[in-house]
Write a protein that binds this ligand. Sequence first.
Ligand code: UDP
Length: 484
Amino acid sequence: MAKEQQHALAVPLPGQGHINPMMRLCRILAKKGVTVTFVNIDPIHKRMKELRQQQQEEEEQPIYASQEELVGEIRRARVPMDGLDLGQIVSMEAFFEALKKGLGPHLHQLVLRLNREGSRVTCLLSDMLLTATTQFVADAFNIPRIALYSSSQSTLLFHHHLMTDPVVSTEHAMEVARGQPRPDVVFAEGLAGLPPLIHARDLPHFRHHGDDNLYMFRFMEREMLLCYQTAHCVVVNSFDALERPAFDALSSRVNPPLYGVGPLVDSLEEKSTTSFWKEDEACILWLDQQAPLSVLYISFGSVTCLSYPQFEEIVHGLLSSQHCFLWVVRPGLLPSPPNGEKRSLDLFSASHGRGRIVDWAPQLRVLAHPSIGGFLTHCGWNSTIEAIHHGVPMLCWPYFSDQYFNAKFVEEEWRIGLRFNMTNECKMIERFEIERVIKVIMEGHEGKVLRQNAQKFKEASNNAILPEGSSCKNIQALLDSLHI
Ligand code: UDP
């Protein structure tokens, strides 16, 4: 009997760091013959569409196995989002509650419509943090749901320990993270599958978002537990050679299979069709003119904000280091000031052409460029695994959520980067420290060792996505499981 055409309804969380890996996973699935309907909520759908039109890009490239044979395709769909204004999000709680109320019913309607039109949806692929919002849709149509977790496997395991391990608890983690004790205080020891010591400074937190700390811990706990009870499987943007102990430890504790399918990266020929801002292509031409390993790439991702005093410390540290830099100063990175932005950016005139500032960069192509010698990053998981994939050592500037945990692994476990020392009480990183760490990475012996380590992980990462690699095999195992 012929196998039924697989048709996945893909539903990412409406954030840049969630939509990117979801689309990259969908492209892989489409190359394997799956038809994908990629769903965004209205405001995001509109924003991306306008951007693609401005850049005169095609909606979505058809995906061919050879010249003739179309293997799978990605279609876009949008759902209305009642009661959510992305420009006016007052809290994480309001955001997730609005999603839960507004999104689920529209998804249900969309599946009904697609089925009616003869394009039967055979599985749901949605963000792990949308379990309560989307699982009931899968249940209603009796189709399997694949959950995508878009942070590291170790972070997923750590949350499981917080929920289930008697020696640590979510309350304890929250209190420690909120109380900001000495960063070197040990929070937990000997958690299976994780490094021997977890310190206070490694803990995820959401304290930049007002009172959301408590809500977010609780919310993630609920979503993850429900996911383990209901999902067909969980796919993680990571790979076995990077996080083997964490995959093993969590696999023995939860029901659904866990598949490491990362690194989820597009090939360099594929254009991103999911960026929220226009990518500055000209910066690649500028990089072409720079010497190998001479440029520090700086990006804080799509959510992080900097205060003006902190921004100016970075500017001064950067200029004193004398190194070339490419810096993404995304709209919204700094608070809207009367004159501050201008004043701070004026400082760059002192850099004598050594620096370039862009609103948004084609990050994968930047990281792959031979002139890039280091990456000052907020350690969002996508940025971290993208840097690993390209063998670029990191200077870690975690800001919130799992970024502290990621920075720990970069510095202590994989030894492919460094964290900054915070020397003062007001939690600012000062210019001298910034200059020091930039110099270590870009010119010192230690930097060379970090780069060599990064090269080893680059090789492992590239191997994982070869046809015989662990992630490729996991994708196949996942697809085979859908045909049962
Ligand atoms: N990114 C990009 N251009 C930029 C900065 C970031 O394309 O100038 C992409 C980056 O490659 C990554 C995503 O935006 O895929 C950011 O995700 P991450 O998890 O690193 O951070 P978040 O934005 O979620 O904090």
